[in-house]
Design a binder for this molecule. Structure first.
Ligand code: DX5
Ligand code: ZN
Length: 230
């Protein structure tokens, strides 16, 4: 049987101190992060603004960790090339965005990047189904996109399990990512439901040390994965 995707932690820089971003990147790297998650917001698709390709490029210059670029923007197709040039390794677009999802998958692959498709908490997994065999990542949002530090929405867990089983036959190496409100408590259930890629903002950067926070999160996802739905 092909091996399922391995457990990975991706600190979200949205929760870091933007005045000391380079240090946050290095702390995440030293603490054993597997990737970094960068949240791009355009003030239209979500009610917040964050940053663009220049910041992704600045982070790229500081680390060799894979960069997971979460595009919470109306027209991801229009900006895919800019984020790829900036150094994004995985470009994640929302299936609810204006760009045609099939075209977005093709465009991102043509740019030589991995592609992820994200769904909001209130969108059905059926929006992902037609794309599943071509994706490198399915990202299930467990908060309403726009802000870090929100409370985890447990009602999305069945979608995590559905995403995992959607990939099981034809694309088992793809990641099932969960994003929003992930803590050492909520990560256990998410891993048990079938997630293997954990985006963590406030639980990494908003208190304590990055190192200890990552260690606690790692233990939680390993615990959850032992009882996981696969
Ligand atoms: C929310 C973003 C998340 C967020 C995660 O719209 O997509 O990546 O930064 O932050 P926490 O883990 O604090 O919910
Ligand atoms: Zn995100």
């Amino acid at each position: 049987m092909p091996s399922p995707a391995r457990l990975r932690l991706a600190p979200s820089l949205l929760s870091a101190d933007f005045g000391a971003l380079g240090e946050a990147v290095l702390a995440a790297e030293r603490g054993g992060a597997d990737a970094l998650h960068l949240d791009v917001m355009d003030g239209h698709f979500v009610p917040n603004l964050s940053f663009g390709p220049a910041l992704v490029a600045a982070v790229r210059a500081r680390t060799r960790l894979p960069l997971d670029v979460h595009l919470m923007i109306d027209d991801p197709l229009r900006y895919a090339e800019a984020f790829r040039r900036a150094g994004g390794d995985t470009l994640v677009f929302h299936v609810e965005a204006r760009s045609d999802p099939t075209a977005a998958v093709r465009a991102v692959h043509d740019l030589g990047a991995h592609v992820g498709a994200a769904i909001r908490p209130d969108s059905p997994i059926s929006l992902i189904e037609p794309l599943a065999d071509r994706l490198d990542q399915i990202l299930v949002m467990s908060v309403h996109p726009g802000f870090s530090g929100q409370k985890f929405i447990p009602e999305v867990l069945p979608k995590v399990t559905a995403a995992r089983s959607l990939l099981a036959e034809t694309n088992p190496g793809a990641d099932v990512s969960i994003d929003g409100g992930i803590t050492a408590e909520t990560a256990v259930g998410a891993a048990r439901a079938g997630a293997n890629f954990f985006v963590c903002g406030n639980s990494v950067f908003a208190g304590g040390t990055v190192d200890a926070n990552l260690r606690r999160l790692r233990a939680a996802v390993e615990e959850g994965a032992r009882g996981a739905v696969r």
